[in-house]
Design a protein around this ligand. Structure first.
Ligand code: ZN
Length: 275
């Protein structure tokens, strides 16, 4: 049975129903006071106005999603992506976020240079570690499921995230975001969580639908799929993580079409029974 005080819900879970303000006020109305902010929505309303709304609603901001995405083989484009990450870090500091959710980015266009993409993504993160340290914001490296390796994340295992943390060499500033959707299949998961230990800076939960119909936007509600979420939670907590459990559901087909107040109610129920 999960204690609701640990519950966070990502703003993106209501991407199509609620604006920035509606989502923060909506979560507060349901007694949920932790969220990860979606950058597109923040930019729609403006960072300072967004910060004010979060503050007025007593919202604890766990993450700002997303940063990273710097794999371009074109040096000018790559540099622009690094600069963009500096802006993300500033925004995260302004809204009081604990960390930026950092995705590596995928291959660009029809490139087959996977190794190069990994090197460029890692170098881009290395470039902004001092900015993050200075701003007091963590960089949370989130490996995604390998099915997204082509277009979203060339960093697709916990092992790789741990390796990158080793290279970056600043565990105070660089952490790892564990998402059930990304790690549940991995036979090395428990070992790598143990290695990660205090690097774990966030835990995202949602479920894998056995007949998933979209690479990115068909995540399931906890309990509707095949992931043993409580087992992963136990492993994450055994590794030392004590922070929030953050529900993050991208669902073009189902959950983005429902009444968002109902979605919050269902999340609270499922959080008690399936997380
Ligand atoms: Zn996630």
């Amino acid at each position: 049975m999960s204690n609701l005080s640990r519950l966070a819900i990502h703003q993106v879970t209501f991407r199509d129903q609620w604006s920035f303000r509606e989502s923060i006020e909506g979560l507060a109305r349901h007694g949920v006071r932790k969220t990860t902010v979606w950058r597109d929505k923040l930019q729609e309303i403006g960072v300072y106005e967004g910060a004010r709304i979060l503050r007025d609603n007593g919202m604890e901001v766990t993450g700002l999603s997303v940063g990273g995405l710097a794999t371009s083989p074109d040096s000018r484009e790559w540099q622009a992506a690094v600069d963009e990450n500096r802006r993300v870090i500033e925004e995260a500091a302004t809204i009081g976020a604990d960390h930026v959710v950092v995705l590596s980015g995928g291959l660009m266009g029809d490139s087959k240079d996977l190794q190069g993409a990994r090197e460029r993504a890692l170098e881009a993160i290395a470039q902004v570690v001092p900015d993050a340290r200075q701003a007091g914001v963590k960089l949370g490296l989130e490996p995604l499921h390998p099915m997204l390796c082509a277009n979203r994340a060339v960093m697709c295992t916990l092992e790789e995230a741990n390796d990158w943390c080793d290279v970056l060499g600043d565990d105070e500033t660089v952490g790892i975001v564990v998402d059930t959707y990304a790690v549940w299949w991995d036979p090395r998961m428990e070992r790598e969580l143990e290695i990660a230990g205090s690097r774990i800076c966030a835990f995202h939960v949602n479920d894998w639908l056995p007949e998933t119909r979209d690479l990115r936007l068909d995540r399931g509600m906890m309990g509707d799929g095949v992931i043993d979420i409580p087992a992963i939670r136990r492993a994450v907590e055994k590794a030392g993580y004590e922070g929030p459990c953050e529900v993050e559901i991208f669902s073009e087909r189902v959950w983005w079409r429902k009444d968002p107040d109902d979605v919050v109610r269902i999340i609270k129920d499922r959080f008690r029974t399936h997380v």
